[in-house]
Design a protein around this ligand. Structure first.
Ligand SMILES: [Fe+2]
Ligand SMILES: [Fe+2]
Length: 278
């Protein structure tokens, strides 16, 4: 079994200050095998925001898979946006924009969907899909295959189709071909999990799509700050959403979703007891 702590959209530069240490404590206490951060580490891609994000990452457990988001590209500095859009990200967070992790049970690949030519949207190209699949397949075996990106490839039914990464259908078809099990993303600042919607042009290996809310930002879009603890045990996946409770000064279990991979796709399993807190 593997436990992934899935955090997203911390937005240093516009954070709810009280959440940071509580989040570090909650993630550390969960003793995850891997920490995933799906982009928008900063609000405006400024050096001091990235420095704060760096200190935050240093306080979290490792290994980590971190990818950039659209807010990690400068918005107002047109020259920087055009010439070196992720310069500060690469200076303070990582040179590697598409990190990879693999062990005996799980393979996780990050995909950079942040672009300088779009302000909030993102994009993925065929080369990125092919390279991600090649890296996942290189691990071989029956490892659970996970893709991490900032922009979502599929959306909850409650969302209109804005925010979806450009060329999402092409990417989902490619990921289905190389049997990607989970796709973890952020950007929406809302948490949700569910099977990717069936499409006529996509082969039948749907991924379980997991969105994380914003971990520490004040831009909560009607939800509490939250992060996900994802337990992967062969074909069974459990997703616990832990949300910020200001009164108690900690992140507490707010929702659990369980799924099982079947030949027909992902089957949702009602939790046996939703009252247990981690
Ligand atoms: Fe964001
Ligand atoms: Fe975003």
């Amino acid at each position: 079994m593997r436990t992934l702590a899935h955090l997203s959209d911390p937005h240093f530069g516009r954070i709810e200050r009280a959440t940071v240490q509580a989040l570090i404590a909650a993630v550390t206490q969960a003793r995850p095998d891997i920490v995933v951060v799906s982009g928008d580490l900063t609000q405006r891609a400024k050096a001091r925001e990235f420095q704060e994000a760096r200190r935050f990452l240093d306080a979290l457990p490792s290994p980590q898979i971190v990818v950039p988001g659209n807010h990690d590209v400068p918005l107002y500095n047109v020259l920087a946006r055009a010439l070196r859009p992720l310069r500060n990200y690469q200076r303070y967070i990582s040179q590697d924009l598409e990190p990879f992790y693999c062990d005996e049970e799980i393979a996780v690949v990050g995909v950079n969907t942040a672009r300088s030519l779009t302000f909030t949207g993102g994009r993925i190209n065929r080369q990125q899909v092919a390279q991600s699949c090649a890296r996942l397949e290189c691990c071989g075996g029956n490892r659970t295959r996970v893709v991490v990106s900032h922009h979502p490839f599929d959306l909850p039914e409650s969302h209109e189709l804005h925010g979806l990464v450009g060329r999402a259908d092409m990417a989902l078809a490619g990921f289905a071909c190389c049997r990607v099990d989970l796709i973890l993303s952020g950007h929406l600042h809302t948490s949700h999990s569910g099977e990717s919607a069936p499409r006529d042009d996509i082969p039948s290996y749907p991924a379980l799509v997991i969105h994380a809310g914003t971990a520490t930002s004040t831009r909560t879009r009607g939800e509490l700050n939250s992060f996900n603890l994802i337990q992967v045990d062969g074909p069974c996946v459990s997703i616990q959403c832990l949300a910020w409770h200001r009164e108690r000064g900690s992140f507490l279990l707010s929702e659990t979703a369980q799924f099982q991979r079947t030949p027909a796709g992902w089957s949702h399993i009602p939790p046996a007891d939703a009252s247990d807190e981690p």
